[in-house]
Write a protein that binds this ligand. Sequence first.
Ligand SMILES: *Cc1c(COP(=O)(O)O)cnc(C)c1O
Length: 371
Amino acid sequence: MVDLIAQYEQIKDRIDKAIIDVVRSSAYINGPEVKAFQTELEEYLGIKHVIPCANGTDALQIAMMALGLEPGDEVITASFTYVATAEVIALLKLKPVVVDVDPNTFNIDINALEKAITPKTKAIVPVHLFGQCADMEQILDIAKKHGLFVIEDNAQAIGADYSFKGGGIVKSGTMGDFGTTSFFPSKNLGCYGDGGALFTDDDDLALKARQIANHGQSKRYYHDRVGVNSRLDSIQAAILRIKLRALDKYAEARNKAANYYDEAFQNESALTIPSRSAQSTHVFHQYTLKTSNIDRFGMQSYLAEQEIPSMVYYPVALHMQKAYQDPRYKEGDFPITETLCESVISLPIHTELTKEQQDHIIYHVKKYINQ
Ligand SMILES: *Cc1c(COP(=O)(O)O)cnc(C)c1O
């Protein structure tokens, strides 16, 4: 699905040197590379505070802890997402409330969101799925109206630009009380292991998040609150500094590949190409097609025989997962999500995808659906 080796080959000299420099410095944890990456990401995003941590799931958890959410508080998120979002809500004994998504953008449905709000609702966690922002302008309005926190799960959309109708363009992840992201290797800004970060413009929340990520310490051996141990290590930060400089170029390469797929598939009645939101650019973490009237798993096996990887993100809706069974929810409650789970398929997309590779993929996708 991604070709991390081909990408590494392009930046090998700088990466190798950066890694060796960290090893020679012995500043493996909280070294100058972490601080430098933090500052550079703050500049790139146009945000006051970036708090690096160990992974994207921790980032979500630390955000919820810093906001002071308490057991029983309801947190609304989308039913069509990666499990991490709901997992930390459940771990903190908060109550996950899931709502359906928009059939075109796959992002949280605004009408469903507003209907799900109760007096116990404390926060909304929109997920910017597959690389484009949820409808943040409306989400922020709803949050303001009801006094709710917003945590943007930005693990799939780092680098996307969001345009407000009245003017103003900002980076995804910088609009809520917190934005969170993951630097898992296959993410758009990925390191060579695990990593994550939180973003916020609020000084007080930034301080809390920083303390929580570091055992709740205000200063060394003084613990003001219960925290966790969640750090980005210096080698990963050094790698991320190099890749951050290429992030916009990477997004361009992904868009070029997406446009090429779009052109090839737009007239195929069995396929619906990904829709583009009017207010957000797309960074194509995934290129996800909706299929109709074809055997999707049959297509996957056929493609696999041609050595073409494909993935189904996601085959099971949150409310249908064994771990998240809840008497409040049953099959049929979130029809859009359930249909998507049965019909979507993602094709390889990455920064080094060549036209020849795409032609090969396109040829076999078309051959399968038109057989
Ligand atoms: C990858 C991902 C996460 C979790 O990130 P990790 O670094 O793997 O913990 C959270 N939310 C979404 C939407 C993701 O895609």
